[in-house]
Design a protein around this ligand. Sequence first.
Ligand code: NAD
Length: 480
Amino acid sequence: MTFEYAPAPESRSVVDIDASYGLFIDGQFVNPIDGDRIKTINPATEEVLAEVSTAGPQDVAAAVAAARRAYDEVWSAMPGRERGKYVFRIARLLQERSRELAVLESLDNGKPIRESRDVDLPLAAAHFFSHAGWADKLAYAGLGPSPRSLGVAAQVIPWNFPLLMLAWKVAPALATGNTVVLKPAETTPLTALAFADICRQAELPPGVVNIITGAGETGRLLVESDGVDKVAFTGSTEVGKQIQRSVAGTRKRLTLELGGKSANIVFDDAPLDEAVEGIVNGITFNQGHVCCAGSRLLVQESIAEEVLDRLRRRLTTLRLGDPLDKNTDIGAINSAAQLARITELAASGDAEGAERWSAPCSLPDRGFWFPPTVFTGVTQAHRIAREEIFGPVLSVLTFRTPHEAVEKANNTPYGLSAGVWSEKGSRILWMASRLRAGVVWANTFNRFDPASPFGGYRESGFGREGGIAGLAAYLQEDDR
Ligand code: NAD
């Protein structure tokens, strides 16, 4: 039986979007000196939401200079207890404005309001709360008796979790006494610009946080600026490699959070209903635009048919459509370019001989959409088993023994996350110690906590965000 749902739209009127935005430099919104303008659209309707600035070379230099002044004159000398008050204030403002920010995120990104409201916003606030608490306790973090900050942090983030990735970057930087120039992704700048307003509301000293919008060129200018001491990047492995090359040989500290092709491994003793929920969450959460998505399902051969039957049945019940409808499970793909990439990679699955099944859902006429899709008959050589698709497309492989599961799971250039589903604790520990992934979830998937470090191995990058390891990435190494 399928249920009919009445529409349950979240109100758009809780958000005011300006027609045009400047750059947030030194505590003020300013027009670009030598930059340009780009439009940001709602990917569910293709409606233009606003025009934003792109920062050119002089704008980037002005933002870095403002961050340096704020660092030298105010922030680096401020006691941790005082710094922490600002970070707590930001956390509370995020909570107070969470409904508005959730709607704004769903409009600009295409993610379902259920996720922006229940995941992105609570986690972003939690990140600021958690780090605010550390600001006056750094001397007790095991990172030396009086850890020192680095200086100016250049931070570049992607479009899949715009506000949450901002929180992962800005919260530890501020708590440890650094100042920030952050560039959001070109397709999702609006919540970062709303965050600039929150910084003003929190009366953060001017220049401590600067937000400059723009595309890849603005990001390149920022990370290559001589005035920055630390570069923190989240995005594709390809751009991460370029940044690593440009930073090599400089004094800049670097952390890279890159792509993934993570394995979700289901053993025959797993609780199957829970495992199926975890598989669905692992690949459809945020339309699969998740760096740590469980995009390779490794299922033990003896239960493969049963798991796939249950999986198809469950995926059939998901509701795809208006991201602002509270009943929506699957929202819009973030951009035409990303939809083209998903479509191309899925077509390669067909061409290489895998078998495609897509959930039977009707796609809206306007906007960018892709139905939840499962490929079976996948081999390790197929592109859909090796390349990050960054969409709701699952590649299914089977295994017979735990050794084979480990071998297949690790057969990837990436190493961001893995999931293990089994009733046996000993088996989970055995697997976790052999899987080369930064995070291993046991009988769950896509769980995040500000106290728990997140990051990758190999082509998934290096450095950790969250926890004490995340603080260390913003503090001088020779103090330890
Ligand atoms: P992307 O690398 O194209 O862009 C990411 C950001 O980098 C954007 O702000 C972009 O404008 C900027 N950028 C582009 N070229 C640049 C350059 N030469 N120098 C500096 N900045 C530049 O990636 P994307 O398509 O926006 O994001 C998707 C990717 O991000 C996926 O591969 C995903 O796995 C990864 N990701 C990783 C994590 C993680 O924590 N490991 C989290 C989210 C996303």
